[in-house]
Ligand binder design. Structure first.
Ligand SMILES: *Cc1c(COP(=O)(O)O)cnc(C)c1O
Length: 423
């Protein structure tokens, strides 16, 4: 399709957008009384309007039923989390029994490491990407130290090549083969938070498994953003947060995937709690742990129903729309944003942009600003464009297909142009 950088063209695309009615189902913050152009769905997704109703339901049940709400509310609390598994499994390409919702992301990565990182004298190394999201780095370093190992020795980072802004699959594969039978685990952010790159998860998973390692994925920037086929790719495990593209609310619960070959095993190493034991016999309060046959076996505590409520509301919307439609719009709106950026770059000469996100991408474009940096970012924020800034000179633009419009992209271009000429 040939794009045009005009309001009329952007509005025409909006008119043809099958998801156009979903924009009104989210709350947009306002700057100077006007709804913002929101590019930070990769950081905190907007609030779905229907979320309030789901939370109110729980509050009302608590008010009216108190402890009886565990079993006698419309959506009983004791297995409330089970309602999330089926729609979430579709988002990540898993079987329902392979998915559970619990805790938060970094906590779940730690818990999954207990199962999937079992270093031996020979096989103890972990491959990750260089400059992984800080929490992942801290998690990995502390895990390694917890096993009495030295992070400098046990953590092997795949680096980008000199002068390049992305990781090459061949370099990841080469590192996997190089570490070979010393490799215990590959754990990478499937979509990099900084440059927006989507890793070739299928190929990397196969390569890791071929040398006998476990392979896990942090999908904080993947869930709700890209096509995932965790089951078919044969990953051992994955975890993601829900407050980014999944629109579930600040700090909300994390999802986990555990491949079915690891399910229903009594002797698998795992930290356990009462919500992981068979629900049929849970309240007999027996001393021995009988694991749930699904990923819920990794659940420790009774679930935080008040947080799961808005997550369930959001998943209902994913269920209605489906990842396929979201991805179709995503590619078109990101393509349009890229076009607008190039047009503005041509029309101005004070600043130049370099899109550092490679072609394997999802919703996010990371743009390196040459010339004007932070002052331009500040101008955008003051003028109703919510984006974020990452050192040294990068703004991240993630037009979430659920609620961003083509008109937003056009208007952003105009504000950007004015900003370049003003600051
Ligand atoms: C957002 C993000 C996190 C955040 O972890 P929390 O435990 O939810 O605070 C972790 N890892 C990656 C890769 C992220 O993008």
């Amino acid at each position: 399709m040939k794009f045009e950088n005009t309001l009329g063209f952007a509005q025409k695309l909006d008119g043809q957008d099958p998801l156009r009615n979903y924009r009104n189902q989210f709350y947009f913050p306002k700057v100077d009384g006007k709804e913002v152009i929101y590019f930070t769905g990769n950081s905190l997704g907007l609030q779905p309007k229907r979320a309030q109703k789901f939370v109110d339901e729980v509050m009302t049940d608590w008010k009216e039923l108190a402890v009886e709400g565990h079993f006698h509310s419309d959506k009983p609390w004791w297995d409330y989390h089970e309602r999330l598994a089926a729609p979430l499994a579709k988002v990540v390409g898993a079987k329902t029994e392979e998915v559970s919702v619990m805790n938060t992301l970094t906590v779940n990565l730690h818990l999954l490491m207990v199962t999937f990182y079992r270093p031996t004298a020979k096989r103890y190394k972990i491959i990750c990407e260089e400059k992984a999201f800080p929490s992942d780095q801290y998690m990995l370093q502390s895990q390694v130290r917890n096993h009495g190992l030295d992070p400098d020795d046990a953590l092997v980072e795949v680096k980008k090549r000199e002068g390049e802004n992305f990781w090459r699959t061949e370099d990841v594969l080469q590192k996997i083969n190089e570490v070979g039978d010393e490799l215990a685990l590959v754990l990478i952010g499937g979509v990099n938070y900084y440059n927006g790159q989507v890793f070739d998860m299928e190929t990397i998973t196969q390569a890791g498994k071929a040398v006998g390692a476990n392979v896990g994925w942090d999908l904080a920037h993947g869930a709700g953003n890209i096509e995932l086929k965790l089951h078919d790719w044969d990953a051992d495990f994955a975890a993601w947060c829900s407050y980014k593209y999944m629109n579930s609310g600040p700090g909300n619960a994390s999802g986990v995937f555990i491949h079915e070959r690891h399910l229903n095993k009594k002797d698998i190493p795992r930290l356990e709690g009462w919500w992981g034991t068979k629900k049929e016999t849970r309240f007999l309060m027996k001393p021995e742990f009988e694991p749930m046959a699904n990923a819920d076996a990794w659940q420790l505590s009774n679930p935080p129903v008040l947080s799961l409520a808005p997550y369930l509301a959001s998943l209902e919307m994913f269920e209605e729309v489906g990842m396929e439609a979201l991805i179709e719009k995503r590619d078109r709106i990101v393509g349009y944003l890229e076009f607008v950026l190039h047009e503005i770059d041509k029309e101005t000469d004070k600043a130049t942009f370099e899109i550092i996100t490679p072609k394997d991408r999802g919703t996010q474009l990371s743009v390196f600003l040459h010339g004007q940096g932070k002052s331009l970012f500040d101008y955008l924020m003051k003028n109703g464009v919510i984006t974020d800034w990452r050192e040294p000179n990068v703004i991240r633009l993630a037009p979430a297909p659920f609620y961003c419009s083509y008109e937003d992209m056009y208007r952003f271009g105009q504000i950007l142009k004015k900003g370049i000429q003003t600051v």
